[in-house]
Design a protein around this ligand. Structure first.
Ligand SMILES: NC(=O)C1=CN([C@@H]2O[C@H](COP(=O)(O)OP(=O)(O)OC[C@H]3O[C@@H](n4cnc5c(N)ncnc54)[C@H](O)[C@@H]3O)[C@@H](O)[C@H]2O)C=CC1
Ligand SMILES: CC(C)CC(=O)C(=O)O
Ligand SMILES: [Mg+2]
Length: 349
């Protein structure tokens, strides 16, 4: 029995979660897997109800689970709250409390997106990148301060924090093309100099892996002009946050990017995107990032590769049949909404 806690969150969170969960029921029947599911308040809606974006009851449920399925949090309604009460504080909080230092964000180009992406097909066909983002360190968690005239957010990393994430990078690279790009800003930042030193030290244990270092500004450029050179990218928290949104353009939309946050006993699975207030409540959101995050849960928490693949293949089939939500639709697409897209995937399983 896999105990799941579902945190729908804010904005498009509840609609993408509602649409996607029936797929898990179907997978559980087909592959004889047992799940229990409990829903809990988290994010802006939790603040409205409890005065706390990450209520104790939610934390209790999370601690008693094997995995968390998260929609998305945040929105303009909560933007003026003090930092510790904002929905985003709950997100950072759950990552830190569960020790989820390793965020895996796969980015894949599908041929069907040719008319949607801005690249000529020869530059992008075959793009298949895994971004490994450090998730519990750096500027989002370092010392912060503010007075009338000054504000700061420290980028802080220990050698141990760098080593464990970089090691994940090498391990994943070993199982793929044995090429690892480490992204830093070692020409300017002390934290990046440490990052690079540790990476070079760990690299000695993986002589088969070709290691390349890139400064983050150049990495942003290279992702646009020559994305096919990348296979596995490992980087610190904020760089990974920014580069993964940028890389989502290679997959046609943020709505195509799933993620797994790992490192402790309990994994969190969530789309890489946010709560998309601009399209919330309109049945427009692409649920595929969430659906593909369920596949990652089956792979990493349930260790059931067959079930994970079944979801990924079903998504592929639906896309190949020309169905698309508006964010990935081209002139010849069959336009569908959030619910219908998820139903189509379900039918393919
Ligand atoms: N993991 C999380 O819960 C995250 C939460 N946020 C929060 O979300 C709120 C909105 O942030 P934004 O910067 O606007 O980022 P966002 O990721 O919510 O949206 C950026 C753009 O991508 C589009 N988009 C996002 N997901 C989509 C989907 N599934 N299908 C189709 N289009 C999609 C949106 O419509 C928007 O145009 C903020 O409060 C932010 O703090 C942002 C990122 C991650
Ligand atoms: C609150 C942010 C760190 C969320 C985000 O942008 C992300 O995890 O990608
Ligand atoms: Mg982000």
């Amino acid at each position: 029995m896999t105990k799941l806690v579902i945190l729908p969150g804010d904005g498009i969170g509840p609609e993408i979660i509602d649409a996607s969960l029936p797929i898990l029921e179907k997978v559980s029947e087909k592959f004889n897997l047992e799940f229990s599911m409990e829903t809990a308040d988290f994010g802006g809606n939790a603040y409205d109800k409890h005065g706390n974006p990450f209520p104790d009851e939610t934390w209790e449920k999370v601690q008693n689970s094997n995995a968390v399925i998260l929609g998305s949090v945040g929105g303009p309604k909560w933007d003026d709250l003090p930092r510790e009460l904002r929905p985003e504080a709950a997100l950072l909080g759950i990552r830190k409390r569960l020790g989820l230092y390793c965020n895996i964000r796969p980015v894949k180009y599908h041929d069907i997106l040719a008319s949607k992406v801005v690249w000529k097909e020869e530059y992008i066909k075959g793009v298949d990148i895994v971004i490994i983002r450090e998730l519990t360190g750096g500027a989002y968690f370092g010392a912060k301060g503010r007075d009338e005239h000054k504000a700061f957010d420290n980028i802080e990393y220990t050698a141990e924090e760098v080593e464990r994430i970089v090691r994940r990078g090498f391990e994943i690279a070993m199982n793929r093309k044995k090429v690892l790009h480490s992204v830093d800003k070692a020409n300017v930042l002390e934290s990046s100099r440490l990052w690079r030193e540790v990476t070079l030290r760990v690299a000695k244990e993986y002589p088969e892996v070709r290691l390349e270092h890139l400064y983050v500004d150049n990495a942003a450029l290279q992702l646009v002009i020559n994305p096919k050179q990348f296979d596995v990218i490992v980087t610190e928290n904020m760089f990974g946050d920014i580069l993964s949104d940028q890389a989502a353009a290679l997959a046609g939309s943020l709505g195509m990017l799933p993620s797994a946050s790992l490192g402790g006993e309990i994994g969190v699975y969530e789309p890489a995107h946010g709560s998309a207030p601009d399209i919330a409540g309109q049945d427009k959101a692409n649920p595929l990032a969430t659906i593909l995050s369920l596949a990652m849960m089956l792979r990493f928490t349930c260790k059931n590769e067959e079930a994970a693949k079944a979801i990924e293949v079903a998504v592929e089939k639906v896309m190949n049949a020309g169905f698309a939500t508006i964010d990935i639709a081209g002139p010849n697409s069959k336009l569908v909404g959030t619910k219908e897209m998820a139903e189509l995937v379900l039918k393919e399983i």
